[in-house]
Design a protein around this ligand. Sequence first.
Ligand code: FEO
Length: 382
Amino acid sequence: MNIAENVYFVGVVDKELKLFENQYPLRDGATFNSYVITDDKIAVLDTVEAQFGDEWLNNVNAVLKGRTPDYLIISHMEPDHSANIKRFKDAYPDVKLVGNAKTFPILKQFFNCDFADTVTVKEGDEINLGSHTLKFFMAPMVHWPEVMVTYETSEKILFSADAFGKFGSSLTCEDWTDEARRYYINIVGKFGMQASALLKKAATLDIKTIAPLHGPVLTGDLSLCLDKYTKWSGYIPEEKGTLIAYASIYGNTEKAAYALKDMLEERGEKTEIYSLATSDISEVVAKAFKYDKLVCASVSYDAGIFPAMSFFLMRLKSKNFQGRKVGLIENTSFAPSALRVMKPEFEAMKNITIVEPSVSVKSAPDEASYNALKELAENLLK
Ligand code: FEO
């Protein structure tokens, strides 16, 4: 697939993959992207997952048409992109491996051998291929420390590594936002400061196309993607609204959560609600970042909170959730513990405002519960 003159997509599509990083559920697989630029010299950008080595090499060779590649650019050493480096070097022994000072120690760790012909680049270095020039920018911790992005100056393409990636096997840009958000928040979300730093560098470049390591190549009007990335990396809500995440056993905590949803919607608030017991937690976490308010409702369980809520809070914390209003609801029949556990978790996060009252339901919502929920709804909207 041609993405610009003499610039080719040679990645692979994995429709069968069920878990990304062996933990994030996929509804429609994923892509592992790789690119080739043919010029006086030829550069290949990144490899793909180990199991797709044959397919990828066939794709690369179809573009090379018997020529020999000069450079393999290593944007990122995570194995979904680096697994075929040794195989490629064995196939093309004269190819130069291009990385930065942090790339090559990790390369050695993965393959347990030294590689010849390495080229160490630093911020702003360039490699000229003929009419195409590659310029390198470091992007540490977006998502590993050795990550770097490559700007091709003639076609104005930013090869953006994990940034601007998306889950899913589609290579078209339709419906980009939801799965790109879920990808960003869960894979890179912890490193917002570093992603913001990369965006600042990108803002100095005239970018026509963004070519990430997962998902579609982005081209045309890039303003939506750039706006979303500015918000996601800055932990800024995309819109006003409330995400309600609940953990219920027999349906009474759920009843309280839905009562609050109705009260918020009656007051004009956009809301989404998820049962943590049955939902993909990575999706609920991503949606929590979308809105400016979050409400957690959990049954008290084992002197703490329901396990699914515990996992949700752990994930929020690890993705640096911050800067939101939070409402809390617990349910208990004999020993209240959910508020006692949830509150400090949120108090330890940055710029979280806990909106009162925290609501304590006794077994099933009663008039006092509904009054407290109404007050919580009103205060959330103040
Ligand atoms: Fe798709 Fe961080 O690698």
